[in-house]
Write a protein that binds this ligand. Structure first.
Ligand code: PMP
Length: 441
């Protein structure tokens, strides 16, 4: 057995992602083990996981069923290609995923991450329009404050300036809808905000500007996660769907965060009752344990490709690790765990408790807004003048010192604990946040 690796003295070789490397390496925060709701830090402390890793470990850490499935699969069939070859477990996993997916999303394309799922979905949308004889539909519509991973398609349709500005012109032919955050009207809303459905009408404006015959697809996160848990206003997603239908535009939901129980329902599609043509997932699909993504499409899209000339590869796209056996095994065990423990439908039981606990922070220092849906929430802080992000980041550091992992984006604290969290642990998490809000400058 491999033993736990002690932190080396030299941390310079690993260029860490989305991290202030110089700052981190002066005072590193290391996690060395995990179990259920907790990490163990290198100095031996138990850290309550308030963010399910990076919004992905929905069933909690080191779950025996998932661990065993991976061990067994690694010994049985470690790797097999999925190009012109098959292995049963990937087909089995696809079947189980389709069984639990919203009606009509009947086919799955496997990737290795959320970012790859985004690129895959955009390429399916563009290729589908061509296959249907509508090759002039090449324009993609994203949204301000959208996060769709870090690859070129994703940062092009995404709406985070910091992730875009260093990388040149990106994809051409992309427009953005306005974001749906309306603090003046909706602050401290519990759940779905009342105001703002009309923001979806901006899609009509874009259609008028460019003509529908040039637009392939609209991509949005049903709930924008990474930019601070922006819950769509009542009726907004329905409107987007209607406008897309009216103009023959595909609707893509990026459910990388909202998928697999985060909103208290299996998918955001189930929560809002609005169905996209393509649904992007990753993270919770394998409980974050082995990298994997899954893009769901309707039969209409899938069949349009399959009905082409027989001798051709229908879609010139795929990854060495698409449907990887280890990831598929982890995914199957993850779905079983979700099912056995009812984790994807815990909303009615646990979400109201989480909501009340979160909103009890309303009168704490620096708090200017609180938002929530299902088991995800955000606490927005008043930024320090001239030093945006500093206050929330300081809260993150203090929370870690106290024994809780929270996440910050700008001056927003986000909480998205594993779906196994108990009411007592929700109280504990909120108490940590309360204490750090009182302690930060
Ligand atoms: N889409 C959304 C909505 C996400 O939240 C994320 C990751 N947070 C991604 C895409 C990218 O996923 P990954 O980091 O696995 O590439």
């Amino acid at each position: 057995m491999l033993n736990r690796v002690n932190a080396p003295n030299d941390l310079s070789a690993f260029w860490m992602p989305f991290t202030a490397n110089r700052q981190f390496k002066q005072s590193p925060r290391m996690l060395v083990a995990a179990k259920d709701m907790h990490y163990t830090s290198a100095d031996g402390r138990q850290i309550l996981d308030g963010t399910a890793g990076l919004w992905c470990v929905n069933a909690g850490h080191c779950r025996p069923k998932i661990v065993e499935a991976i061990q067994h699969q690694a010994a049985e069939l470690d790797y097999a290609p999925a190009f012109q070859m098959g292995h049963p477990i990937a087909f089995e996993f696809a079947n189980r995923l389709v069984d639990m997916a919203p009606d009509g999303l009947n086919h799955v394309f496997f990737t290795n991450s959320g970012s790859e799922s985004v690129e895959t979905a955009l390429k399916i949308a563009l290729a589908y329009q061509r296959v249907k004889g509508q090759g002039s539909r090449t324009r993609l519509i994203g949204r301000e404050r959208g996060y769709h991973g870090v690859n070129f398609g994703g940062i092009s349709v995404g709406g985070i300036v910091g992730n875009r500005k260093m990388f040149g012109t990106l994809l051409t032919g992309v427009d953005h809808l306005p974001h749906t955050h309306q603090p003046a009207k909706n602050s401290f809303t519990k759940g779905v905000p009342e105001h703002g459905a009309e923001l979806a009408d901006e899609l009509e404006r874009i259609v008028t500007l460019h003509d529908a015959s040039t637009i392939a697809a609209v991509i949005v996160e049903p709930v924008a996660g990474s930019t601070g848990v922006l819950v769509p206003p009542k009726g907004y997603l329905q409107k987007l769907r209607q406008i897309c239908d009216k103009h023959g535009i595909l609707l893509i939901f990026d459910e990388v965060i909202t998928g697999f129980g985060r909103l208290g329902t299996p998918f955001a599609v189930d929560y809002f009752g609005v169905k996209p043509d393509i649904m992007i997932t990753a993270k919770g699909v394998t409980n974050g344990v082995v990298p994997m993504g899954a893009v769901f499409v309707t039969s209409e899209i899938h069949d349009a490709f399959m009905n082409g000339p027989e001798h051709l590869i229908e879609f010139a796209h795929g990854y060495t690790y698409s449907g990887n056996p280890l990831a598929s095994a982890a995914g199957l065990a993850t779905l079983e765990t979700y099912k056995e423990e009812g984790l994807l439908t815990r909303g009615p039981e646990i979400a109201p408790y989480f909501e009340e606990a979160l909103h009890s922070l309303k009168d704490e220092p620096h708090v200017i807004d609180i938002r929530n849906i299902g088991l995800v929430g955000a606490i927005e802080l008043d930024p320090i003048a001239g030093e945006p992000t500093k206050r929330a980041f300081s809260a993150f550091i203090k929370a870690f010192e106290r024994g809780a992992l929270i996440r910050t984006t700008g001056d927003i604290i986000a909480l998205s604990p594993p779906l196994i969290i108990s009411k007592g642990q929700i109280d504990e998490l909120i108490d940590h946040v309360r204490a750090v809000l009182r302690a930060v400058d």
